[in-house]
Write a protein that binds this ligand. Structure first.
Ligand code: F6P
Length: 359
């Protein structure tokens, strides 16, 4: 069996790697190889054996001991030729390398991009099992990805800390959190931290409603406000703010900057002193929470079992309380977004959170 971690890292990856290695070794004495640096290592032929010794002591470690990258798609592989960036289909090398290593099952731990690649490899005949990860929690066909609640805890701690300084200085504090296409982290940390405004991609806001919500608090005697904004949020009729492009990446656009935009608009229109914090990659780092370690372990065990049973082309998935499996085809091509009419948004509204979309 071989295992790789693809895409952006997230807390709990090592717990999955460990669970896959231990389950496979115990099951049928199966040997497990760890592919280095995600799909790059798979194409370039870089791997090492994951013995019990190798996975000992990694359960609580953030990041991934295997390394990862979110650039190298085997079907669209970035190469420098004569100083120019070109893309080649190197997927045949994947099958060749796996065959040479004697690998009969490949476990791919990744987000939407990696599950797309896993699905394409599976269509090509590679025996693949997927494990859903991303702090964004935006993968379809699973109720939850591991890493999400650790990121939410980090963002909530930031909201808590901003609260005390906001109150002391009578300021508006804007916190920009991750969430390219979905507002799960913003909504969950906003709810947990008691934010006053939560701006998410699923609910385009108007500047008027944002200002109204802050003014209403001021009139009610609250001289400070906390705004949590997802990096992918945008005002109605506007586009998300792009920070940079990463050439060679499947999705080259990196978002960032909406926090500064919200901060400057609020300060200009309300006259209230405003400060902006961008939480960034802190959300992806650090030790996984107990919850994420458990979920990651359950996913790793389930993935190794699927692989040992020869049930390929599947992704492990949480449905309610139970870990099961869904076809990889069901996990790709669509995202799990925050339902605007859902219970979580309703709970936030009921407790006084504004989404900047009212009126
Ligand atoms: O998908 C996870 C994520 O953390 C997004 O929330 C964010 O937009 C992106 O990855 C950042 O990617 P990078 O690590 O390439 O900056």
């Amino acid at each position: 069996m071989a295992v790789l971690t693809g895409g952006g890292d997230c807390p709990g990856l090592n717990a999955v790697i460990r669970a896959v290695a231990l389950t496979a070794a115990a099951g049928q004495g199966c040997r497990v190889l760890g592919i280095e640096d995600g799909f790059a290592g798979l194409v370039e032929g870089r791997c090492r054996e994951l013995t019990r010794q190798e996975v000992s002591g990694i359960l609580d470690r953030g990041g991934t001991v295997l390394g990862t990258t979110n650039r190298e798609n085997p079907f669209h592989y970035p190469l420098r030729e004569d100083g120019k960036l070109v893309y080649r289909d190197l997927s045949d090398r994947v099958a060749r390398n796996l065959q040479q290593w004697g690998v009969e099952a490949l476990v791919v731990i990744g987000g939407d991009g990696s599950m797309n690649i896993a699905h394409e490899l599976s269509e090509k005949g590679v025996p693949v099992v997927g494990v859903p990860k991303t702090i964004d929690n935006d993968l379809a066909a699973t109720d939850l990805t591991f890493g999400f609640y650790t990121a939410v805890a980090t963002a909530t701690e930031a909201v808590d800390k901003l609260h005390t300084t906001a109150e002391s200085h009578h300021r508006v504090m804007v916190l920009e959190v991750m969430g390219r296409y979905t507002g799960w982290i913003a909504l969950a940390s906003g709810l947990a931290g008691g934010a006053d405004l939560v701006l998410i991609p699923e609910l385009p806001f108007t500047w008027e409603a944002v200002i109204r919500a802050i003014e209403a608090r001021r009139r009610a005697g609250k001289k400070y406000s906390i705004v949590v904004v997802a990096e992918g949020a945008a005002a109605r009729g506007e586009q998300p703010v792009v920070k940079r492009r990463v050439e060679g990446s499947e999705e080259p656009v990196r978002l960032g900057g909406i926090g500064e935009l919200v901060g400057s608009q609020v300060e200009r229109r309300t006259g209230l002193e405003t400060r902006v914090t961008v939480l960034g990659h802190v959300q992806r780092g650090g030790i996984p929470s107990a919850f994420d370690r458990i979920l990651a372990t359950r996913y790793g065990v389930a993935a190794a079992r699927l692989a040992l049973e020869g049930r390929f082309g599947q992704m492990v998935s949480l449905q309610g309380d139970a870990v099961g499996a869904v076809p990889l085809a069901a996990a790709v091509g669509r995202l799990r977004t925050v339902p605007p009419q859902g219970e979580l948004v309703a709970a936030a509204r009921a407790t006084g959170v504004s989404f900047g979309d009212e009126g």
